[in-house]
Design a protein around this ligand. Structure first.
Ligand code: ZN
Length: 232
């Protein structure tokens, strides 16, 4: 089957005994006639089956050495080991990713704030806005349900409206100066906050809740608004 005996040494020290008539060069590496890699690396070329054929024809001994059943079994074993290592690396990577994600979520929770803002409407009437519940997961029931719960617990009016600070998010406006009451209700997980995860389970803690006074707007604007309406 082999065309002409090729006395050329295959790889380092391999064929010295079978050296041909002329003195063989001490070492001569074989490079694949198809992909030009050393034959051990043909598997990384995209022409492996052609490489194999070329090697079988050009260097039957080397072909036998690389592709014998024994060699293949050995290779399979090492491939399996490599695959196992890859899997291990993959798993470690995923684990690291998950840890990073959890850490990120923990940090996000730490920096998330529920803001209870006291807003004085008139001398007698005040309202309180409750903003930031959307930052916490799992989400509470719809804000409307929370508002209803607050309304019945505090015996006052509560409604949902677009946040003045962030129109993309709703907030709850409660009649009366009830910021501290709501703060306590959240911390103690009282209705309607009973479904929030406990603090030691990574839930909202007191440090996540801010009670503040509304920043006063320029009174001139308000007066202007009122003056502009009505008179004709
Ligand atoms: Zn090749």
């Amino acid at each position: 089957m082999a065309p002409q005996a090729d006395p050329e040494p295959l790889v380092e020290g391999d064929a010295s005994e079978e050296a041909g008539p002329s003195a063989p060069p001490p070492r001569k590496a074989v490079y694949c006639g198809v992909c030009t890699f050393p034959p051990e690396y043909c598997e990384f070329a995209s022409s492996t089956s052609k490489c194999k054929q070329w090697l079988a024809d050009a260097h039957p001994d080397l072909f036998k050495k690389l592709y014998s059943e024994e060699a293949l079994t050995q290779k399979m074993a090492s491939l399996t080991t490599k695959q196992a290592e890859d899997l291990e690396k993959d798993a470690a990577k995923k684990e690291k990713k998950a840890e990073a994600k959890a850490e990120k979520e923990r940090k996000a929770l730490q920096s998330s704030r529920i803001v209870l803002t006291k807003m004085a409407r008139t001398k007698k009437k005040a309202t309180t806005s409750l903003y930031g519940l959307h930052l916490f997961s799992p989400p509470l029931p719809a804000l409307k349900a929370v508002a209803k719960g607050l309304s019945s617990r505090l015996a006052t009016g509560a409604s949902v409206s677009k946040s003045t600070a962030n129109p993309n998010v709703d907030e709850i406006i409660i009649q009366g100066d009830v910021a501290e009451d709501i703060r306590d209700m959240i911390i103690n997980r009282q209705k309607p906050f009973e479904t929030l995860p406990k603090e030691d389970a990574g839930g909202i803690s007191a440090s996540n809740i801010v009670v503040e006074e509304e920043k006063k707007k320029k009174p001139a604007a308000k007066e202007g608004e009122e003056a502009g309406a009505g008179n004709d």
